[in-house]
Design a protein around this ligand. Structure first.
Ligand code: CA
Length: 228
């Protein structure tokens, strides 16, 4: 028995890019539909919900950010946003549109298909195996302590703030700039490398109490996400 092919809606107004993407998706075992306009895409998602949406930002009719926001009003369908500028990703994250991943143009179609597959796998796993979570995390705000699977982590105050921030919204991607704003004190001298090194230490401390649990994922070029 084979599972039904999953359907991806590609929302992109440049026909060449849309065609290449759809070819790759079909070759990789997906069904692919296309919409070249923001409003049409919104109607298509309402009328016949796809399994995932690849959503370009610059679109006629309604831009990708507005489409994403409106979709989140009625659907949790996974959304991979496509932007033409890598520096825009920080801004998009700040807007907290509810997208599941971001890809920057120019991309290779192979990369987009890999992201699509990864997002669907992640979401399928979350829905399928919540009960068998090897990373039961408990945050004790009053005592500024965090336990994984009942075992207390030996964290510095900064590590505590960082981990409790990430864990407060599982699945959400935090850009380094947001982490800096939210988890560090203003008078601290912090670079991206400092954040990376704190994350590295937290991962080591988690690994020391639980071998099956590695909940901090780095999102290439962007930042971090907590997900068990
Ligand atoms: Ca476009």
């Amino acid at each position: 028995m084979t599972s039904p092919r999953r359907r991806v809606l590609v929302v992109e107004d440049e026909p060449t890019i849309a065609d290449i993407l759809m070819d790759y998706l079909r070759q990789s075992g997906f069904d692919a539909d296309h919409s070249g306009d923001g409003r049409q895409a919104l109607e298509a998602i309402r009328a016949n919900p796809p399994d995932l949406v690849v959503l370009d930002i610059m679109l006629p009719g309604l831009d990708g950010m507005s489409v994403c926001r409106e979709v989140r009003g009625f659907s949790a369908v996974p959304i991979v946003m496509v932007t033409a500028r890598v520096d825009e990703i920080d801004r998009l994250l700040g807007l907290d549109l509810g997208a599941d991943d971001y890809v920057c143009k120019p991309f290779s179609p192979r990369e987009v298909v890999a992201r699509v597959t990864a997002v669907l796998r992640r979401i399928g796993r979350d829905q399928g195996a919540r009960s068998a979570d090897p990373c039961r995390i408990e945050v004790d705000e009053a005592g500024q302590r965090i336990s994984i699977d009942g075992q207390r982590l030996d964290l510095t105050p900064t590590e505590y703030r960082l981990l409790s921030l990430l864990a407060s919204q599982p699945g959400r991607i935090y850009a380094r700039a947001q982490i800096l704003d939210l988890a560090y004190r203003h008078n601290e001298d912090v670079s991206d490398r400092t954040i990376d090194s704190h994350i590295k230490n937290i991962r080591k401390k988690i690994a020391a109490v639980s071998t099956d649990c590695d909940p901090i994922h780095s999102v290439y070029g962007v930042g971090y996400r907590f997900e068990t």
